[in-house]
Write a protein that binds this ligand. Structure first.
Ligand code: NDP
Ligand code: OXD
Length: 314
């Protein structure tokens, strides 16, 4: 029985090593290798070449190496088997580190003081608001959003969240669905987007939405953080909104096209902070341990967990 690894954009070697150590009774093959395709039972994908999985006729399931599955569902020739996403706590903890870092950096004006230091300027800002005065809104209250929302709350921010279905989370004001969106946005000073990319969420971060965020506020304008997916955002609208004062600043980990082109005006915009889609990197040993447990359980006849619902796209 073989496990086939189909990875683009990163080194497959650490994944092969972890799978070989963790599942020594399975052969681990790379996509496109000469192994007989009919021996392959499980596929493991990170941005696999569209159409490349169609030749594995005996696939039982495809595992995503990350939390997102849009890269798998975008394949028009995807075999009709369960898609399983990663829900490893390591990913949530890493994402929350990124969210806390950048929310606090905006609150405490980190970029400004960094620039001042480079010019040897000693000038403090007497109007520094505290976390309690800041309304943070987390879009997406799933594995990542919930963890980040709870940690932001712990630091003292006034936190709300928005999801597709209604939630009741102690200490967090919960909004859901399109009818609640305007109320959620109207109270938000810092918007943190941790949504999956689906037909419903594609392009949601646009000027029309930014105009609904709380204007003014203790940070003198709303701030956007996006670590969900680049196609959730219109980068043209982000630049226009920054230049027109509709947004005050942004931190982006994900982009419409990755890697971000050197031509993009985002790189040098003074109100933009960029990280290279590494807010929550998938750690091979943590993720492989999770997938291996699922494969072993499946082979004992138990059902797969964290199976994606194709109809809603996540
Ligand atoms: P989950 O599936 O656990 O959670 C998704 C959340 O989004 C849920 O709360 C869901 O609502 C909500 N949601 C989905 N569609 C809508 C909608 N139309 N309107 C309102 N809310 C909606 O996903 P994760 O938290 O695990 O991951 C989120 C995304 O983060 C991934 O899909 C991936 O794109 C991205 N990611 C980015 C990484 C990075 O390094 N930048 C790393 C890992 C993930 P409900 O609860 O009602 O279902
Ligand atoms: C993921 C990612 O989806 O790293 O896990 O983007």
């Amino acid at each position: 029985m073989a496990i086939m690894i189909a990875i683009r954009g990163q080194d497959a070697e650490p994944w092969v090593k972890c799978f070989t150590e963790r599942l020594p009774n399975h052969s681990i093959v790379l996509e496109g290798s000469h192994t007989q395709p009919e021996l392959v039972r499980f596929g493991v994908s990170w941005q696999h070449e569209p159409g490349s999985l169609a030749r594995y006729k005996n696939l039982a399931a495809i595992f995503s190496l990350g939390a997102g599955v849009d890269h798998i569902l975008a394949d028009p020739k995807l075999p009709s088997v369960p898609i399983v996403r990663s829900t490893n706590p390591d990913l949530s903890n890493r994402m929350s580190e990124w969210v806390l870092l950048h929310v606090l950096a905006h609150l405490r004006q980190y970029r400004k003081y960094d620039r001042q230091q480079s010019q040897k300027v000693w000038k403090d800002d007497r109007s520094q608001p505290s976390a309690e005065e800041i309304h943070v809104g987390v879009m997406g209250l799933g594995m990542l959003g919930l963890n980040a929302a709870n940690k932001l709350k712990m630091v003292g921010f006034d936190v709300a969240g928005w999801s597709r279905t209604p939630k009741n989370i102690p200490g967090i004001e919960c909004f859901s669905g399109s009818t609640d969106l305007e109320h959620f946005l109207a109270r938000t000073d810092i918007l943190v987007c941790l949504l999956p990319l689906t037909p419903e969420t594609k392009g949601i971060l646009n000027k029309r939405l930014f105009l609904q965020l709380r204007q003014g506020g203790p940070l003198s304008g709303p701030i956007l953080l996006n670590a969900g997916r680049g196609e959730l955002q219109s980068e043209d609208d982000i630049i226009t909104s920054l230049d027109e004062g509709i947004l005050r600043a942004t931190t982006l980990d994900v982009f419409e096209i990755e890697p971000l082109s050197t031509d993009s005006p985002l790189w040098l915009h003074p109100a933009v902070t960029i990280t290279p889609h590494n807010a929550a990197m998938s750690d091979p040993s943590a993720i492989v341990a999770e997938i291996a447990k699922q494969i072993e359980a499946y082979e004992r006849g138990e059902p797969l967990q964290n199976v994606v619902k194709h109809t809603i796209g996540y």
